[in-house]
Design a binder for this molecule. Structure first.
Ligand code: GTR
Length: 345
């Protein structure tokens, strides 16, 4: 190869990968190589990347690894998926953009940031639409839940499975023990427009921000509060700098495991089936890991001296956020009805 062409190819690789250097070696890992001759479709080998924001022992990453192992096993090592935890490949919004471009093949992200890329996923940011995890899972496992995953195709992605993420609660630097005390607090939210409306309805000021910036922003007082489930509150160490939690359970925002549409298009029909089934089969492992981790995380933060306020009556919270539901009801009418129907099942 002439030096000029080499330079151009390295440059275009950098541009394509959006600055993510891995994969810019002379061999492009996302390109198939053949073992056993070109005629054998089943001979195509791939090395893919899967991005997750959480640390290696976090339940979503446990799920990702199970998924990668199952794909590896079921393709006799032909399809290798390297899991990159701890936001090594970037924060969620940037990763989703890379997945849309095909520069990162897989990711596990929250439905929260996904809502900015596919409005259907905004329904999970609407407050108090699910009564419990059981209710949420009845919906996720229904045909309607699967249709929602399929709708990601219009956003250059393909939803493979949902993972557990529990309920989100507020936590703050200064005690917030009731709704009134949330008034005027600067609260970090996952960037999407519903979260901004939600905070205003609760009298707080929304500050959208990447997950990785929340710890230092709480520490330095750039924000007063944030909100998340117990596992994230604990694993991110936010509990060390925001020592007061109130269990209002305003949202249940499931996690989504997905593949870039361009990577999906490269796979044979048979490999697609393997990938999809492995994702579905990894859910059990993720949910078991979640149940345990959630309890352990709560115990750890309690042991560390965090003050936790139970909300005996959630009705004032639900009343306060009604305008948000009413604002978005026309947009989410059908899916809200499906969610209500899942409650009765
Ligand atoms: C967690 C979720 C992460 C991330 C984070 C956040 O619950 O698992 O993927 O979205 O919340 O608040 O940014």
């Amino acid at each position: 190869m002439k030096p000029f062409i080499q330079v151009v190819s390295v440059l275009s690789c950098l541009i394509m990968a959006g600055g993510v250097l891995a994969g810019c070696s002379t061999k492009d890992p996302a390109k198939p190589t053949t073992a056993g001759g070109d005629k054998k479709v089943e001979g195509k080998k791939y090395t893919f990347r899967l991005a997750d924001t959480h640390p290696p022992d976090y339940p979503t990453v446990i799920g990702d690894k199970k998924f990668a192992d199952l794909v590896n096993e079921r393709t006799n090592g032909r399809i290798k998926i390297d899991v990159f935890p701890s936001s090594q490949l970037g924060e969620e919004k940037a990763v989703i953009e890379q997945v849309q471009l095909g520069a990162i093949e897989f990711t596990r992200v929250s439905s929260g940031p996904l809502a900015e890329f596919n409005k259907n996923f905004g329904v999970f940011s609407l407050p108090y639409v699910f009564d419990s995890d059981q209710h949420l899972w009845k919906f996720l496992e229904s045909d309607n839940g699967n249709k929602l995953l399929d709708s990601l195709e219009s956003s250059k992605m393909k939803g493979l499975a949902y993972y557990s993420s529990g309920a989100r609660n507020f936590y703050s630097r200064k005690p917030v023990t009731n709704l009134a005390e949330l008034k005027g607090q600067k609260v970090r939210v996952i960037q999407n427009k519903i979260n901004i409306d939600l905070m205003s309805a609760l009298g707080a000021n929304a500050t959208p921000m990447a997950y990785g910036e929340v710890f230092s922003s709480l520490q330095t007082g750039v924000i007063d509060a944030a909100e998340n489930n117990f596992p994230s509150y604990q694993s991110s160490n936010h509990y060390e700098v925001a020592k007061h939690m109130i269990l209002d359970g305003h949202q249940r925002v499931p996690e989504v495991l997905l593949i870039s549409q361009s990577a999906w298009n490269k796979l044979s029909e048979e490999d697609r089936k393997i990938v999809k089934q492995a994702a579905i089969d990894s859910v059990k492992t993720q949910r078991e890991s979640w149940d345990k981790y959630e309890k352990d995380a709560e115990a750890k933060v309690r042991a560390a001296g965090v003050t936790i306020t139970e909300v005996k009556d959630v009705k004032p919270w639900q009343d306060a956020v009604k305008p948000v539901i009413e604002k978005y009801r026309p947009e989410y009418k059908d899916v809200l009805e499906q969610i209500d129907a899942a409650r009765k099942k």
